[in-house]
Design a protein around this ligand. Structure first.
Ligand SMILES: C[S@@+](CC[C@H](N)C(=O)[O-])C[C@H]1O[C@@H](n2cnc3c(N)ncnc32)[C@H](O)[C@@H]1O
Length: 215
């Protein structure tokens, strides 16, 4: 798998300061909330030996120990301070099958049809252009590749959707939108939706699995 030269394309910092400046607070609070559902979802993919895996918005590397060690994992993120934590973890654990690099999810610099699996957790709500991120994920997926995403999407239940909408102004200040519609995000893309479920009945999050460019 080759990458396009990125040496003169410096990624822009994310608009919200939270991911650049609040890494210690984020590290203290977020893993307890998010890790369990990420580990369960990644393991459910049964990723075969030798697969090329891309994780978009890898952050501090919370998910990295859920991948098998006999696959090749590339993690990308816009925040260099989040990536520094992930790099530290990779070095500490001696993970030679994992690399991370700065990259904008909306403008991936990988060739078309590069990956067997693309994962992304809690990221599509914070990028500026979710539709562009999704198009890029599909572009870099090989035909038949699997996509796994965990995210908060607008509830299909109108009452829950209205309650969550009312919190939207607060979460928007953190750079996190609550009104993303999964059907809209996936519309007009060559994808087959395989799974759309909650990690548990009360969860605000959705686990989405899809097959890319199905035969
Ligand atoms: C809520 S955090 C989730 C991190 C990790 N996936 C997790 O679940 O712990 C969102 C991540 O998206 C990254 N991010 C925001 N905009 C991005 C973009 N345009 N391209 C790549 N990463 C981006 C942030 O830097 C941050 O690490």
């Amino acid at each position: 798998m080759s990458t396009i030269d990125t040496s003169n394309r410096k990624p822009q910092p994310h608009k919200s300061p939270i991911y650049g400046n609040l890494v210690p607070a984020y590290q203290a609070l977020w893993p307890a909330v998010a890790r369990k559902r990420i580990v369960a979802a990644v393991r459910s993919l049964n990723i075969p030996t030798g697969s090329e895996v891309l994780e978009v918005g890898v952050g501090t590397g919370l998910s990295l120990d859920s991948y098998p060690t006999d696959v090749s994992v590339t993690g990308v993120d816009l925040s260099e301070s989040m990536l520094a934590e992930a790099e530290h973890l990779i070095e500490e654990r001696g993970w030679e099958h994992i690399r991370v690099m700065p990259m904008n999810a909306e403008e991936l610099t990988f060739d078309d049809n590069s990956f067997d699996f693309v994962t992304s957790f809690h990221t599509i709500s914070v990028v500026s252009r979710p539709d562009a991120m999704m198009r890029e994920i599909v572009r870099v997926c090989k035909p038949g590749a699997r996509i796994l995403m965990i995210n908060h999407f607008r509830s299909e239940n109108p009452i829950i959707a209205r309650v969550v909408d009312s919190a939207g102004n607060i979460t928007k200040r953190l750079g996190w939108r609550t009104d993303l519609d999964l059907d809209e995000v996936l519309s007009d893309l060559p994808l087959r939706l395989d799974q759309r479920s909650k990690p548990n009945p009360l969860s605000l999050f959705t686990v989405m699995k899809a097959t890319c460019k199905p035969a």
